[in-house]
Every structure is written in structure tokens, then in C-alpha cells.
Design a protein around this ligand. Structure first.
Ligand code: FE2
Ligand code: FE2
Length: 172
């Protein structure tokens, strides 16, 4: 329930971007598994890695906040890479895409602040579902749009980052 399986339809065909998207999905899954409400569902290696902090609410809260910050940093880095790519291809929707990234980060920070205020040690299923939606809706929406533009530009100019070649593309 708490796990978000990768869907092949999310693959954009731009190697670096797809690798980072997969890594973000993995990050959300690891976070959900490590900080699940049900200890029986927590993967054993994650429980072992948590060491003595399991069962200590103060330490668990600190661990949760640190894990959430790591994911935020991963997302910030990913957004920077995408924005550099969009600049390199003169993507006309760069400004609105960048605004969407800023909004996504703001929403994430707000969620983290709520969890911090409540001194949470666990992520409830509603929060995990929100994280899934937060990640996937942008990948299949705005990210797919710039990927489509990226592939429409291939053939007209040298691609700035390694992506698939037009001949191997399933896109029109
Ligand atoms: Fe992305
Ligand atoms: Fe994006």
C-alpha cells in the first residue's frame, strides 16, 4: 500500500532525467518503508539501519526530519538539472516549469513543517499518498511536456544531454 511501483509509462527517454526520477521514486518508497506506522511492514535492513532509534520517539522524530531533508535535497538537485536542460534547449515554457518546481518545493516544505510541529515519528498513509501524487503528477505532466519538446528539437540541433536517438524513438 505504501509502495509506489515504477511505471514504464513514466519513462521520458532522457537518460539522466529518468535515472533521477527512478531515484526519487526509490527515495519516497524507502522513506515510506522506514517510517511506516506498522513496524511489521518495515523492511528488515531499514530497521537494522535505524538501530536503537526505533522505540525512542525523540530520536525517531530527528531521523524522520533528516530523511525528509535528504529527499528535499535530492528533489532540489533534480529540479536544477532539469532547468539547466530546459535552458540548453531554449524551452519556451521554462519559466512556468521553474515556477512549478518552486511550488512543489514549497508544498513539500509545508508538509515537513506540519510533521515537525506535530513532532511526528511516522508517516501516515495519507501523507505517503500525498508524496506519491506530489512526485507523479509533475513527472507525467510538466516533465513529459518538456521531454516532448526535447525530442521535437532532436534532429534540428545536437541534443545537450544523452537521450535516445530519433530513429529509436517511439514518439512521432
Ligand atoms: Fe522531473
Ligand atoms: Fe520538472
Amino acid at each position: 500500500m505504501s509502495r509506489l511501483p515504477w511505471q514504464e509509462s513514466w519513462t521520458l527517454g532522457i537518460e539522466l532525467v529518468d535515472a533521477e526520477h527512478r531515484s526519487l521514486v526509490d527515495g519516497v518508497n524507502q522513506l515510506a518503508a522506514r517510517f511506516t506506522w506498522d513496524p511489521a511492514l518495515a523492511a528488515e535492513p531499514l530497521r537494522a539501519a535505524a538501530g536503537d532509534s526505533l522505540g525512542d520517539p525523540a530520536a525517531e522524530h530527528v531521523a524522520l526530519m533528516a530523511a525528509l531533508e535528504l529527499l528535499a535535497e535530492q528533489a532540489r538537485e533534480h529540479f536544477k538539472h532539469e532547468e539547466a536542460l530546459m535552458r540548453a534547449i531554449d524551452y519556451p515554457e521554462l519559466a512556468s516549469h521553474r515556477s512549478e518546481h518552486a511550488l512543489l518545493l514549497a508544498e513539500y516544505i509545508e508538509m515537513v513543517r506540519d510533521l515537525e510541529r506535530q513532532t511526528q515519528t511516522r508517516l501516515d498513509s495519507e501523507t505517503v499518498q500525498s508524496l506519491h501524487h506530489w512526485l507523479v503528477s509533475h513527472m507525467v505532466g510538466a516533465d513529459k511536456d518538456y521531454a516532448d519538446y526535447y525530442f521535437s528539437m532532436l534532429g534540428r540541433k545536437q541534443a545537450p544531454l544523452g537521450g535516445r536517438q530519433p530513429a529509436a524513438s517511439s514518439r512521432g
